[in-house]
Design a protein around this ligand. Structure first.
Ligand code: HEM
Length: 424
């Protein structure tokens, strides 16, 4: 019962009225509000800023269960509400196209078929072979700002790295990659804002991808799109639209997440000098205990890029965490809250780069578990190691209180991360 939970949590349990959600303070630091929800209303019906009502799931055990529950569909057609019934899921510009029939919006059996196909094209080996390219990209980006003694790590580093990496992986020619950077920039800057520019960017991206898939069909290479087409030609069914939607979701799911993993990660290290020094020392010693790897997992748990897993819709009436949920209701699993649950993690609010037993939900759980996790880990490890090694006295150039967070609903990330290093 809630009373028992409260007693167990002891004197640290958050008291007082519920802190407001979706305010400026909340965007800066949502964790006190999430602690309150976990304690007092772990499955709470909430009106979102868009006016849509959804259930927020904040305890680890409930979150894990919800992510694996097949009665919770990803298909927006299962939403009983008005806006979402038309297919609106929170992805900018999505109305513009059938690009939205991608992995994150579909259920088995289509999901099973498409996931199996892309898993053949996007293997751990593909990612491992990609490591030298990620290193080269990382070094080139640091080269470009090193002499200045200062940088905005979001715009000059975290933002370009994943977009060039994914473009390379997909097989987008280098000369076209800056167009992708601009379209993605539009999507990230205006994700929750004016829709016109975003819709235009999605449309351009869609036209480009259709054309690219066409060209690849004529002339297969060893990139991911070619491998998808090959897999599709070997008896498995893959329509051109499905191939385009797949390329789109790889770009979309792999882009802003990685920007924020690097941004939030560097920020957390700069705010926790003891942990940062520990990692820097480990790297200097050749990282004998694998602190970089456990550290990246811990940064994901501590302040991960995905605050809420994407929408799910109850396909039938069900009970979650003791709460009745009606068929058609949207359910949002708050990964950021679950990953700070003291019932699951010791000293949940502290950053411990060497943390063991760290089964966080930052990449989700169940059949939609992040397909790009190996690539994300590679990018984050490479980026953090390069920054801490090449710029050993990296420091924040602004008061943390003055930093602005994006405050979107799904993602959590900084707008800018101004830093200094050297004699600046
Ligand atoms: C799914 C997180 C990077 C591709 C997911 C989900 C999460 C997640 C939480 C599940 C969403 C849900 O169940 O509603 C992250 C994080 C990343 C990251 C924290 C950190 C950088 C990437 C990258 C790629 C990628 C680099 C690809 C290049 C995908 C795809 C799915 C997915 C395709 C959908 C899988 C499916 O529905 O079967 N990711 N992601 N992600 N991610 Fe990632």
């Amino acid at each position: 019962t809630d009373a028992a939970h409260e007693a167990a949590a002891g004197s640290d349990a958050p008291r007082g009225p519920q802190p407001p959600l979706f305010t400026w303070e909340f965007a800066t630091d949502p964790y006190p509000a999430y602690a309150w929800l976990r304690e007092h209303a772990p499955v709470q019906r909430t009106e979102l800023p868009s006016g849509v009502e959804a259930w927020l799931v904040t305890r680890y055990a409930d979150a894990r269960q919800a992510l694996a529950d097949q009665r919770l569909s990803k298909n927006p057609a299962n939403h009983a509400g008005s806006a979402h019934a038309k297919g609106r899921t929170g992805i900018p510009g999505e109305r513009s196209a059938d690009l939205m029939t991608h992995l994150l919006n579909i259920d088995p059996p289509d999901h099973t078929r498409l996931r199996r196909l892309v898993a053949k094209a996007f293997t751990p080996r593909t990612v491992a072979e990609f490591e030298p390219r990620v290193r080269e990209l990382t070094d080139r980006l640091i080269d470009a700002f090193e002499a200045k003694g200062s940088a905005d790590l979001i715009h000059e580093f975290a933002f370009p790295l994943p977009i060039y990496a994914i473009c390379d992986l997909l097989g987008v020619p280098r000369e076209d990659q800056d167009d992708f950077r601009d379209w993605a920039g539009m999507m990230i800057r205006h994700g929750g804002g004016p829709r016109g520019g975003v819709a235009r960017s999605v449309k351009k991206m869609r036209a480009y991808l259709a054309e690219l898939i066409h060209r690849k069909r004529e002339d297969l290479g060893d990139d991911l799109i070619s491998n998808l087409i090959r897999a599709g030609d070997h008896g498995e069914h893959l329509t051109e639209n499905e191939a385009a939607a797949m390329a789109f979701i790889l770009l979309f799911a792999g882009f802003e997440t990685t920007v924020n993993l690097i941004g939030n990660g560097v920020y957390a290290l700069l705010r926790n000098p003891g942990q940062r020094a520990r990692l820097q020392q480990a790297l200097a010693d050749g990282d004998p205990d694998g602190l970089l790897a456990t550290g990246v997992e811990e940064l994901l748990r501590y302040d991960g890029p995905v605050e809420l897993a994407t929408w799910r819709y109850a396909t039938e009436a069900l009970t979650l965490g003791g709460q009745d949920i009606a068929a058609g209701d949207p359910v949002l699993v708050v990964l950021a809250a679950a990953d700070r649950d003291p019932e699951r993690f010791q000293d949940a609010d502290s950053l411990d780069l060497g943390r063991r037993d760290n089964q966080h939900l930052g990449y989700g759980h169940g059949i939609h578990y992040c397909l790009g996790a190996p690539l994300a880990r590679l990018e984050a490890r490479t980026a953090l190691a390069a920054l801490l090694t090449r710029l050993p006295d990296l420091r924040l150039a602004e008061d943390p209180a003055d930093l602005r967070w994006r405050g979107g609903l799904i993602m959590r990330g900084l707008r800018t991360l101004p830093v200094e290093f050297g004699d600046a």
